[in-house]
Design a protein around this ligand. Structure first.
Ligand SMILES: [Zn+2]
Ligand SMILES: [Zn+2]
Length: 254
């Protein structure tokens, strides 16, 4: 499995894109502003999109992608998310006010987008990969994903704060090779992290002690401007872990 990091920042700025991962050229995990770097040909190769939650930095690229693909694909783009995430997209994004409802265009029989509800804990097969969603703790209903290629297991936390069910889920998995997990704020913004349900380095380091696996840890979703502080704080907070700070364009093989 080849995962290209299209975006992994907690915001926008020169060279920064928000969360989106391209898996084997056909599956997107989240559709933040990183989607905007795909060519039309690359976009039209994507068959499925897995969403972690409804926040704009994870879904805004889907709106523009749907518009771009309007004349280019002759089958629907399948968008997978929990019932709450799909409802949020229908009510607040593809609602004819913020953006057209591409699940009804060009007509209801031949929609550009179809929505598919996922159930956390229930494995499904997608693009030849084993995919299991698991609930995390954020300000809106949110999930992470475990992706099993047959050769390795890659887990993406999505946006989350400390919660027992995250570690219980990961510890129950037979293997975990790579854990991509968010750490959005530096320690001095721990109060904001708690309020907005995002990790800080010290909290992540403390929580990782609950993990029985020793995966390679891939850190993501740093707030623009806070990257240096987060990197410095992780040196102590994640001492002993094999970890790296993801950058746009990185390739993860798993
Ligand atoms: Zn979020
Ligand atoms: Zn986010």
């Amino acid at each position: 499995m080849r995962i290209k990091v299209l975006g992994c920042s907690g915001g926008v700025g020169p060279g920064l894109r928000t969360t989106s991962l391209l898996v084997n050229d056909e599956l997107l995990i989240d559709a933040g502003t990183g989607v905007g770097d795909l060519s039309l040909a690359q976009m039209s190769r994507v068959t499925d999109v897995l969403l972690t939650h409804s926040h704009l930095d994870h879904v805004c690229g889907l709106a523009f992608m749907a518009d771009n693909l309007f004349d280019l694909i002759d089958r629907p783009l399948r968008v997978h998310g929990t019932a709450a995430t799909i409802k949020a997209l229908r009510d607040h994004l593809f609602n004819w006010v913020i953006w057209p409802d591409f699940s009804q265009l060009p007509d209801a029989e031949h929609p550009l987008i179809t929505f598919h509800q996922i159930e956390p804990g229930t494995p499904l097969k997608l693009c030849g990969l084993g995919v299991t969603a698991f609930e995390v703790l954020h300000t809106v209903p949110a999930v992470g994903y475990a992706i099993d290629s047959g050769e390795g297991v890659f887990v993406f936390s999505g946006d989350t704060y400390a919660c027992e069910r995250l570690w219980n889920t990961l510890n129950a998995m037979p293997r975990l090779d790579r854990l991509m997990i968010e750490v959005a704020f530096p320690d001095e913004e721990a109060a904001l992290g708690e309020l907005s349900r995002h990790f800080t380095p010290a909290l992540l380091g403390a929580e990782l002690k609950k993990l029985r696996h020793r995966p390679k840890v891939l850190l993501t979703h740093h707030k623009p401007g806070a990257e240096r502080a987060i990197e410095q704080e992780c040196v102590a907070a994640l001492a002993g872990w094999d970890y790296s700070h993801l950058k746009r364009g990185d390739i993860i093989l798993s």
